[in-house]
Write a protein that binds this ligand. Structure first.
Ligand SMILES: NC(=O)c1ccc[n+]([C@@H]2O[C@H](COP(=O)([O-])OP(=O)(O)OC[C@H]3O[C@@H](n4cnc5c(N)ncnc54)[C@H](O)[C@@H]3O)[C@@H](O)[C@H]2O)c1
Length: 246
């Protein structure tokens, strides 16, 4: 049986990815900072739970030592605390870069032998914020631009290993982590009106594309970023229209 490891799979997009890859026939290792939610997802999908802070090199080393075989690594865990750049706490800025950028690199480094042995693939979860700067989110946009760059660099630098690297860049997704943005129905209606496909994504909309990148159908695809955002990042005309409406 093929094995997949998904970080941040205790809730949100990561949990949907764990479910979808389980449906695809993978045995899933459910990794999360939160041991309890990791266990709940693992119980849900019949996989194995592992509590790990993906930004901690020793913890990632310990985790990798427990993984004998691996076909797919999904670097999904990420944080997006609100902050304005003018006065963002530098410790918070560094923490976002640590979790969102250094974490995926650590997992890639530590699991590359297993992925090379299987001819596997890595899917990093970036964000529309990599392309469209998102004010009020501190290090988030820079961190996701770095995830895109890291994905492309890994694709080229590790090409000889036979491991493919791609990124999925969601727009707005209804998850526990994004609850603050979705709680107000009037705000949600305004947001949905800006999305060409007319609605915020469900976690499953993202998970299905991860499944494609992980699959043999994507065997000749590496170094790519797929924006799964309902067209939002291309809808600048709608932003102009909204601005003109005042
Ligand atoms: N929700 C959105 O609108 C949206 C949009 C674009 C991109 N994304 C990206 O998708 C990914 C998942 O987002 P989500 O909305 O499901 O988030 P979420 O907050 O609902 O879930 C994230 C999970 O990651 C875990 N996590 C956080 N820090 C960790 C760490 N250091 N080590 C291990 N696990 C850790 C959390 O415990 C949590 O279970 C993130 O990378 C996020 O940046 C989300």
């Amino acid at each position: 049986m093929s094995t997949a490891l998904v970080t941040g799979a205790g809730q949100g997009i990561g949990r949907a990815i764990a479910r979808r890859l389980t449906e695809d026939g993978y045995s899933v290792i459910v990794v999360d900072l939160d041991a309890e939610t990791a266990k709940a997802t693992a119980a849900d999908v019949g996989g194995r739970a592992a509590a790990c802070d993906i930004s901690d090199p020793d913890a990632v080393h310990e985790l990798a030592a427990t993984v004998d075989e691996l076909d797919v690594l999904v670097n999904n865990a990420g944080i997006f605390p609100a902050a304005s750049l003018a006065d963002v706490d530098i410790a918070q800025f560094r923490r976002v870069m640590d979790v969102n950028v250094v974490g995926p690199l650590l997992l890639t480094q530590q699991l590359l032998p297993q992925l090379t042995a299987s001819g596997g693939s890595v899917v990093n979860i970036a964000s529309m914020a990599a392309k469209v700067p998102t004010p009020g989110t501190g290090a988030y946009s820079p961190s996701k631009a770095a995830v895109v760059s890291l994905t492309k660099l890994c694709a080229v630098e590790f090409a000889q290993s036979g491991v493919r690297f791609n990124a999925v860049a969601p727009g707005g997704v209804a998850t526990e982590g994004a609850a603050a943005a979705t709680a107000d129905p009037a705000r949600e209606e305004r947001f949905n009106a800006l999305v060409p496909l007319g609605r915020r994504a469900a976690p499953e909309d993202i998970a299905d594309v991860v499944s494609f990148f992980a699959s043999k159908d994507a065997r000749y695809v590496t170094g790519q970023v797929l924006y799964v955002d309902g067209g939002l990042s291309e809808a600048t005309v709608r932003f102009l229209q909204a601005a003109q409406r005042g």
